[in-house]
Ligand binder design. Structure first.
Ligand code: F6P
Length: 363
């Protein structure tokens, strides 16, 4: 049977285990030898005990667990040619030519580069006498399917990334809790949520908590945001509201690209309105804990589809990313999606806010 390896890379997210489980079991179902690569790309480079064969029961009782049982890492060595060569050697040794990578855009970009370089890497290994001509021929093609695991929902091409729904569950539990104490004390709360350069978690958090104001990176507030914010908070208090909630994405910026922090906002509220104001930073709580039903199903479906894509791949098949489109699992060209995702980031750097919002809307 074919050799398939699955690994998780970059920040963990809830639902990754469901995806790992589906890849292992679907692979076994198709008669493949399935391997875990522990600790992401670093494990691929280090080889040995980091690449271990999985069996049906090695993925029992993991679907409900948060994080990733096979470990993850943000790996620097894989960015180097030498690192990728070591990784290629370890894969050939084990007869692995199919990879399922579960991670964010950086991890998926790395996989695409690896695929492009594969022949060169094998040629070098052959020349150095590390692999045989027979191995060079037998393992000449590498096949890749990517799954997007990230709580941020920051990847173009898929409606939801694996982990986002669970993070939102954490967030609304927290905002509901904050609302009740804020109400009692007539306080204003500024809640900082994750999402790096993506405002999705912040927007949904704001909608579901009846927030008065939200700050996101893709669409910075007007230059006089301090006044607009204070007017809005005051207006709500004047009609009898006992509390105010402000959601700020950790990557929020102003129209000059400068950060707007929870502390900046607190200062504006306290100095101008003298409201009793507190900050809550949710942090990694959002990435922890058990996956929601949605993320368990999403991870399972995406993992199964990834293996099917690999089974159907031939010499001419480019790396794909398995995406959710409506309620369908679809295969999209990996690099196109990465390119689009990078275009959103670029639009923000260029301060082209309309374009950033428009491109993000397509993601
Ligand atoms: O990409 C997921 C994420 O949780 C972001 O929302 C956040 O900015 C980042 O990872 C935090 O990274 P780290 O876990 O390395 O601190």
């Amino acid at each position: 049977g074919k050799g398939i390896a699955v690994f998780t890379s970059g920040g963990d997210s809830q639902g990754m285990n469901a995806a790992v489980r589906a890849v292992v079991r679907m692979g076994i179902y198709f008669g493949c030898k399935v391997y875990f690569i522990r600790e992401g790309y670093q494990g691929m480079i280090d080889g040995g005990e980091y690449i271990i064969e999985a069996n049906w029961s090695s993925v029992s009782s993991i679907i409900h667990k948060g994080g990733t049982i096979i470990g993850s890492a943000r790996c620097m060595d894989f960015k180097e040619h030498e690192g990728r060569k070591k990784a290629a050697f370890n894969l050939v040794e084990k007869g692995i030519t199919n990879l399922v990578v579960i991670g964010g855009d950086g991890s998926l970009t790395g996989a695409d580069l690896f695929k492009q370089e594969w022949s060169v890497l094998l040629d070098e290994l052959l020349k150095e006498g590390k692999i045989t001509a027979e191995q060079r021929e037998k393992y000449k093609s590498l096949f890749i399917a990517g799954l997007v695991g990230s709580i941020d929902n920051d990847f173009c091409g898929t409606d939801m990334t694996i982990g986002t729904d669970s993070a939102l569950h954490r967030i609304i539990e927290a905002t509901d809790a904050i609302v009740s104490t804020a109400y009692s004390h007539q306080r204003t709360f500024i809640m900082e949520v994750m999402g790096r350069h993506c405002g999705y978690l912040a927007i949904v958090a704001a909608l579901t908590s009846e927030a008065d104001y939200v700050f996101v990176p893709e669409s910075p507030p007007p230059d006089d945001w301090q006044k607009k914010l204070c007017d809005k908070l005051e207006q709500e208090r004047n009609v009898g509201q006992r509390l105010n909630i402000i959601i700020v994405a950790e990557g929020a910026i102003d129209r000059n690209g400068q950060p707007i922090t929870a502390e900046d906002i607190r200062k504006v509220v306290v100095d101008n309105l003298h409201q009793d104001t507190r900050i809550t930073v949710l942090g990694h709580v959002q990435r922890g804990g058990n996956p929601s039903a949605f993320d368990r199903v999403l991870g399972s479906r995406m993992g199964a589809e990834a293996v099917m894509a690999l089974m159907e791949a031939d010499e001419n098949t480019d790396p794909c990313v398995i995406s959710l489109d409506g309620n369908q699992a679809v295969r999209l060209p990996l690099m196109e999606c990465v390119k689009q995702t990078k275009a959103v980031a670029q639009a923000m750097v260029d301060k082209q806010w309309d374009k950033a919002v428009q491109l993000r809307g397509k993601s």
